[in-house]
Write a protein that binds this ligand. Structure first.
Ligand code: PMP
Ligand code: GLN
Length: 382
């Protein structure tokens, strides 16, 4: 393994899901729902396979139906207009979109500012691009993890090429406020930075509404926006993601993407085109269901003695284990299956500043109510 990748080892999600399977534990670690998305969308995928839609290589940028549906979604929810032919690219999940964007836009040695804790593929992809990550740490303040705008400003140097943002934010559940987004946009314009925004949890904002960064003044022309069907439609295994960006940036990302997978998920692309057009009731019910589950798990974790950071978005809750007399989240998560049959994710793997994340542990609540109830009952016996 080369020096760029050697530090990354095996992703924590694989380690913890394997641990859950081996021990028969309740898996609140890796973020995937235990109930599939709408049956009509599964049927659309099956129909696509059986009628020969997408069984052979679809067009590299994605099937026209899905590119049109993504553009229509950006218009419908955010009033943003993107040309499906020149400004939309379909990818193998958000993961490929992140990789392609970073590989296409970074020169070796460029600095990338990323909010810490960061989703684990960010650091690996920045490294694969030969670039340097510069973390800006979200810190606990009044029950949430917040961005210090002065720290963000101070992190920009003449070598900074790109801001890599994620809102709603995994793993903290932070949703950047309109004032924070405005400050980020102002900084990006002032220092002429590109912005890559990972908005895969755009439909999981529990208080307030999601604001795409591309909608702020001066941002459309410098923003590569990434999202995915995995979270919104509960089909994480289909790996259908997308990028919206102005033509020049989109073309750059496409140049990298064509040599990563060329194209993926043919029949599923047609099904997700239908999913994006589902009525508002689908999106509202999805959010309401997860709001109730957030509250169930947050209250249960608090009752079990954890310090709980109730998320404003995503399907994850970050807790601090210090009140339980524990210090090290990684050791805690590795021992938890044996102690009570539950699996979680240690946030420290998403930090360069290991001390900042040492005692934090993340729990996924995209699970059946009875599964969450059983997990809470087990954790209360800790
Ligand atoms: N970004 C974030 C913040 C995520 O949490 C995830 C995955 N869960 C991804 C990207 C990857 O999404 P996909 O499964 O579509 O590749
Ligand atoms: N994004 C999911 C999470 O944060 C996991 C995705 C993966 O396994 N790579 O749990």
């Amino acid at each position: 393994l080369n020096r760029r990748l050697a530090p990354f080892g095996t992703t924590i999600f694989a380690e913890m899901s394997a641990l859950a399977a081996r021990t028969g534990s309740i898996n609140l670690g890796q973020g995937f729902p235990d109930t599939d998305g709408p049956a009509e969308i599964a049927e659309a995928a099956s129909r696509a396979v059986l009628t020969g839609l997408g069984n052979q290589y679809p067009p590299g940028p994605g099937v026209p139906e899905l590119r049109a549906a993504v553009a229509a979604h950006q218009q419908r929810f955010y009033g943003l207009s993107y040309d499906p032919d020149t400004e939309v690219l379909i990818t193998a999940g958000a993961t490929e979109a992140i990789a392609a964007a970073l590989l296409a836009l970074l020169e070796p040695g460029d600095e990338v500012i990323a909010l810490e804790p960061y989703y684990d593929s960010y650091a690996a992809c920045i490294a694969m691009a030969g670039a340097v990550r510069v973390p800006v740490t979200l810190r606990p303040h009044a029950g949430a993890f917040t961005l210090d705008l002065d720290e963000l400003r101070a992190a920009v140097t003449p070598r900074t090429r790109l801001l890599l943002l994620n809102t709603p934010h995994n793993p903290t559940g932070t949703v950047l406020t309109p004032a924070e987004l405005a400050a980020v946009a102002e900084l990006a314009v002032e220092r002429d930075l590109l912005v890559v925004t990972d908005e895969v949890y755009e439909h999981l904002v529990f208080e307030g509404a999601h604001t795409p960064l591309a909608g702020l003044p001066g941002m459309r022309e410098r923003t590569v926006c990434i999202s995915s069907a995995g979270k919104t439609f509960s089909f994480t295994g289909w790996k259908v993601g997308w990028v919206t960006a102005p033509p020049e940036l989109l073309t750059a990302v496409r140049s990298a993407k064509q040599f990563l997978t060329y194209v993926a998920s043919g029949p599923f692309q047609y099904a997700i085109a239908e999913a994006l057009a589902l009525p508002d009731a689908y999106y509202d019910t999805f959010r309401a269901d997860l709001t109730a589950k957030r509250d169930l798990l947050a209250d249960g974790l608090a009752a079990a003695g954890f310090e709980v950071f109730r998320p404003r978005g995503t399907y994850f809750i970050t807790t601090d284990i210090t009140p339980l007399g524990e210090k090290d989240g990684l050791a805690f998560c590795r021992s938890l299956p044996e102690r009570c049959g539950v699996v979680a994710i240690p946030n420290q793997v998403f930090y360069d500043d290991k001390a900042a994340g040492a005692s934090l542990v993340r729990w996924a609540f995209c699970k059946k109510t009875e599964v969450l109830q059983e997990a809470v009952a087990r954790l209360r016996r800790l």
